[in-house]
Ligand binder design. Structure first.
Ligand code: NAI
Length: 272
C-alpha cells in the first residue's frame, strides 16, 4: 500500500540485478511511492541480468556504470542530471562483490589483488559516488544516500571473509563523508545493516543457509526480508527522517541486540 512518501522525489538506484535483489525491490517501492528513478549497474551485469524488465515497469532509463570507474560515475551523474532536468534527491548504493569469496580463498589466505578489488567495488565505490555528488552539486538539500551493510562489520562471522572488512570500510565512509555532505549540502548518508537475505550476492557466501537460519532463529522478529528492507529505504529517502545521518541502522528483526535465544540453548542442552 503506497503512501506517496516520495512524491516529487528523484533518485539513482545502483545494484538491481534480478528480482531477488534488494535494489530491485527498492526501485519498485520508490516508484510506487511516487519517485522518478534512474537505474544503473555494471555493464556486465546489465548483459546478464533482467534489468530492462524493471526499467520498463518503472519507466526508468538504464545507464551503465562500473562503480570502480570514475569516468563511468561522472557520466552517470551527467546523464542523470540531464534526464531529471536538474538536481535529484536520493541514491541507493546496493553493491557488493568479493573476489576472494568467489575464488574460494580462505580469509587467512587472501589474494591481495583480489582484496583491493573487493574493497574498491564494495566500499570505496561509495566514496566515489559521494565525491561525484558533491563535485557536481547533484543532490538537493535534505537529499538522502543509503548503502547496504551487514553486521559482520562489527562482529565476526568467519565465512563472511573479506566482505567483513569491506563493510567496516563502507560504514566508515558513510560516517566520514556524511559529515561533509551534511555540513556543506544538508544531505544525509546512512547505512542499513540488513538481515541475511536470499539474493545472488547473499547466496555466494559459504554456508549461507546456516547464516540465514541461525539469524532467523536468533532474531525475535525473524529475519527482515528484501521487501521490508525496501520499505525501510523508502522511509530513509522520505522527508520523515531528515535529521538521521552518519548512522549504521540495523534492520534485522532484533538480531544485533539479542544475546541468547531459548530455543537454541535448549537444542544445545538436548545435545541436538
Ligand atoms: P545482488 O547480487 O542482487 O546485488 C549486488 C549488486 O552489485 C549486483 O546488482 C551487481 O551487479 C552489483 N555490482 C557488483 N559489482 C559491481 C560493479 N563493479 N559496478 C556496479 N555494480 C556492481 O545482491 P543483494 O543481496 O541485493 O546485495 C545488495 C547489497 O546488500 C550488497 O551491498 C550486499 O552486500 C548487501 N547485503 C546483502 C545481504 C544478503 O544477505 N543478501 C545482507 C546484508 C547486506
Amino acid at each position: 500500500m503506497a503512501h506517496h512518501l516520495l512524491e516529487g522525489k528523484k533518485g539513482i538506484i545502483f545494484g538491481a540485478l534480478d528480482e531477488k535483489s534488494i535494489a530491485w525491490k527498492t526501485a519498485q517501492k520508490c516508484v510506487a511511492e511516487g519517485a522518478e528513478i534512474v537505474l544503473t549497474n555494471a555493464p556486465i551485469a546489465l548483459r546478464m541480468g533482467a534489468i530492462n524488465q524493471l526499467a520498463e515497469e518503472c519507466n526508468a532509463p538504464v545507464i551503465p556504470a562500473d562503480v570502480t570507474s570514475p569516468e563511468d560515475i561522472q557520466n552517470l551523474f551527467d546523464k542523470s542530471l540531464e534526464h531529471f532536468g536538474g538536481k535529484f534527491d536520493f541514491i541507493l548504493h546496493s553493491i557488493g562483490m568479493s573476489l576472494n569469496v568467489r575464488k574460494g580463498k580462505h580469509y587467512t589466505e587472501a589474494n591481495y589483488d583480489f582484496m583491493h578489488k573487493t574493497l574498491d567495488i564494495s566500499a570505496i565505490s561509495l566514496h566515489r559516488v559521494l565525491q561525484a555528488a558533491l563535485q557536481k552539486d547533484a543532490l538537493n538539500e535534505w537529499g538522502s544516500v543509503v548503502a547496504l551493510s551487514y553486521i559482520a562489520a562489527q562482529r565476526v562471522f568467519p565465512d563472511y571473509n573479506e566482505m567483513a572488512d569491506a563493510k567496516s570500510l563502507l560504514e566508515s565512509i558513510a560516517r566520514s563523508f556524511g559529515y561533509h555532505l551534511g555540513k556543506q549540502k544538508k544531505v544525509r548518508v546512512n547505512t542499513i545493516s540488513q538481515s541475511p537475505t536470499i539474493t545472488t550476492a547473499g547466496s555466494g557466501i559459504k554456508g549461507f543457509d546456516g547464516f540465514y537460519n541461525y539469524a532467523d532463529k536468533m532474531s525475535p522478529l525473524g529475519n527482515a526480508s528484501s521487501d521490508e528492507c525496501a520499505d525501510y529505504c523508502v522511509t530513509l529517502f522520505s522527508d520523515y527522517t531528515r535529521m538521521v545521518t552518519m548512522q549504521n541502522l540495523f534492520h534485522d528483526g532484533g538480531f544485533s541486540f539479542t544475546g541468547m535465544n531459548e530455543e537454541i540453548i535448549r537444542s544445545l542442552s538436548n545435545g541436538e
